[in-house]
Design a binder for this molecule. Structure first.
Ligand SMILES: [Cu+2]
Length: 316
């Protein structure tokens, strides 16, 4: 009983961040959904039609349809109608395959797939880049160009509510042009098996009104304010800065500059609480087998909590 309550709560919690191609918030996903509906309804109509013909044929008096009549029916229903329908569908669907138009002025967001997280770099035209991780923010109503690549193995970048999948391949940059049309918080996932924690490699997508997006971008360029307490000392003493940047620089692990603002911990896996962060720091492999972060199981829980609290200070 209690177990099922927990399962239900977890399932419902998953509904906060929509991850569904059936609930589109962008142009490409919207046209894909329309096409899917046309195909599903069309297939249903055809199947019902075939069933109706079958029933009529069985019930018809013998000899009603001579050999020539039968051949005519095969010609029409077996060749002409399908050719016309398929050609019409092709002509109708071809334009949807064309990528959205883009210009050099469009915001570029470089996303690199890592085992098992996402390295994110915003590259607004004429401004210095902004580094982040495990979350992408996009302005509603503006064209955004994702530049996708990978460090280690092939991943696939998929935001079901926004657009189709795009492979992330080491040594190559694939582009995905998108336009969101509805603000909200959504979820993206890795859609290509990439190792042990492949299924635990998700990210948050926050589609914002353009003005709030610009404001967020401006604020994010300010160095974050952090106290210099126990958390700071422990972070340095434990060698965390060997892999994590707190000033938006290049780093081995996810950038933690504005960690307090993230709405999940561990690339879309855990709720953003201090407790979850501390648990992740002490034993990242419990929630993510194979994660490329050493575990700090010898670290006292109080220390992990102090670091977690301190990390969460910045970015809110
Ligand atoms: Cu992956």
């Amino acid at each position: 009983m209690r177990k099922s309550t927990v399962v239900c709560a977890l399932l419902l919690a998953g509904c906060n961040r929509h991850q569904s191609a059936l609930a589109p918030f962008g142009l490409e996903a919207r046209s894909t959904l329309t096409m899917t509906m046309v195909l599903v309804i069309g297939a249903l109509v055809i199947a019902l039609g075939v069933a109706a013909v079958y029933v009529l044929a069985v019930r018809a008096p013998e000899g009603r349809l001579d050999h020539a009549g039968g051949m005519r029916m095969v010609l029409w229903l077996g060749a002409i109608v399908p050719s016309v329908v398929l050609t019409a569908l092709l002509v109708w669907a071809l334009p949807a395959m064309r990528p959205l138009p883009e210009t050099a002025q469009n915001l570029r967001i470089h996303v690199e797939g890592e085992q098992f997280w996402w390295r994110v770099r915003y590259q607004p035209q004429g401004q210095p880049p902004l580094i982040s991780a495990n979350e992408v923010r996009i302005p509603v109503g503006r064209t955004v160009v994702f530049e996708l690549t990978a460090t280690d193995v092939i991943h696939s970048f998929w935001i079901p509510g926004l657009a189709g999948k795009m492979d992330m391949i080491p040594g190559r940059t694939n582009r995905l042009v998108v336009k969101a049309d509805k603000a909200g918080t959504y979820r993206g996932v890795c859609a290509e098996f990439c190792g042990l924690s492949h299924a635990l490699m998700a990210f948050d997508v926050i589609a914002m009104e353009p003005a709030s997006f610009d404001a967020w971008l401006a604020v994010s360029r300010e160095p974050p304010i952090r106290t210099q307490g126990r958390g700071a000392a422990l972070f340095a003493a434990s060698g965390c800065n060997a892999c994590h940047s707190l000033i938006g620089g290049e780093s081995i692990g996810p950038d933690l500059t504005r960690f307090g603002e993230r709405i999940t911990v561990g690339a879309g896996i855990l709720a953003p609480t201090v407790e979850n962060t501390a648990a992740f720091i002490r034993d990242p492999h419990r929630s993510k087998p194979g994660a490329r972060m050493p575990s700090y199981s010898a670290m006292p829980e109080a220390d992990a909590l102090a670091i977690a609290r301190w990390l969460k200070e910045a970015g809110r």
